[in-house]
Design a protein around this ligand. Structure first.
Ligand SMILES: NC(=O)c1ccc[n+]([C@@H]2O[C@H](COP(=O)([O-])OP(=O)(O)OC[C@H]3O[C@@H](n4cnc5c(N)ncnc54)[C@H](OP(=O)(O)O)[C@@H]3O)[C@@H](O)[C@H]2O)c1
Length: 260
């Protein structure tokens, strides 16, 4: 079991994902406190992870822990930071999981408190297969960085990236699973309708998806050559339309996150 003490401000989806990943990786640490304004959300989390302590409407409780995840939405970050700043301890590492709010702004609010990072986690962390790019404030020393990265590796890969790229990762790897999950699930349902068992459908789709990605990105063929490997493309006529939908929605989202 991990020895670190953890605090979570916000007990919603991403907190559940991280706790789920830690549980899979060997167990929830002994000392975990989660706060949220919503008591019902907290109680649900507590039912799932009885080991944790919950602190309804008390964001000062998680702040005393070694690693504190700021797991609220971007518009709330500033107010929550103002609320917790007087309670930050020198041993605390503060990690914001929100896109949009830059380290410079966080440092301004926490009045120079040095141990600050931003991470864009991905939901596959729940099975320890996350891809979770992180960026550190310049004020973080190498020993603290290494210690945090060792801990975060329990959730998957945690590459250090430049802060300017975090919003791109938020759109591509953070929200990315949602672009595909419903489609893979639909394929599974169709496969069952065509006579495959659940097990056969899942095995076939899993291998097909992994192989599909590797063929596109790792085969050495160009995208055009790859896409020409199969002569029948049932969605050929719809591809331009689908690409347009991807572009308009995701470009809009990226601009919103970048504030441009
Ligand atoms: N979920 C993901 O896969 C994912 C991936 C990458 C980044 N993130 C980031 O993680 C952050 C949280 O996302 P989420 O998916 O966990 O959202 P969520 O499921 O909506 O959880 C956020 C929780 O914070 C609570 N909250 C609101 N105001 C608060 C306050 N002042 N103090 C304490 N808690 C408060 C919310 O309560 P109410 O619902 O009652 O308002 C809610 O329970 C966001 O910045 C998001 O961009 C999430």
């Amino acid at each position: 079991m991990v020895k670190k003490s953890l605090g979570f401000i916000g007990g919603g989806r991403i907190t559940r994902i991280i706790l789920g990943g830690l549980k899979n990786a060997g167990g929830i640490p002994e000392d975990v406190v989660v706060s949220d304004i919503n008591s019902e959300t907290l109680q649900k989390l507590k039912n799932e992870f009885p080991e944790i302590l919950i602190a309804p409407r008390d964001n000062t409780a998680p702040v005393k822990k070694e690693i504190v995840f700021l797991a609220v939405h971007p518009p709330l970050i500033s107010d929550v930071l103002k609320e917790i700043t007087p309670f930050l301890k020198p041993t605390t590492f503060l990690i914001s999981l929100a896109p949009k709010v830059r380290i410079k702004n966080i440092l301004e609010i926490v009045k120079g408190f040095p141990k600050v990072a931003r991470m864009i986690p991905n939901a596959c962390s729940i099975i320890n297969q996350g891809y979770n790019p992180i960026t550190f404030a310049e004020t973080v020393n190498e020993i603290d960085k290494k210690s945090l990265l060792d801990f975060l590796s329990l959730l998957g890969e945690c590459p250090i990236v430049s802060e300017e790229k975090l919003e791109a990762y938020a759109v591509i790897t953070g929200m990315g699973p949602t672009y595909f999950w419903f489609q893979f699930n639909e394929l599974k349902e169709l496969a069952k309708g065509f006579g495959l068992s659940e097990k056969e459908a899942v095995a076939g789709i899993e291998k097909m998806v992994i192989g599909t990605i590797k063929t596109l990105f790792k085969s050495g063929l160009t995208p055009e050559q790859v896409m020409d490997l199969i002569p029948v493309r049932p969605f050929a006529e719809k591809e331009e339309e689908i690409k347009k939908i991807f572009r308009s929605i995701l470009e809009g989202l990226y601009k919103k996150l970048k504030g441009v």
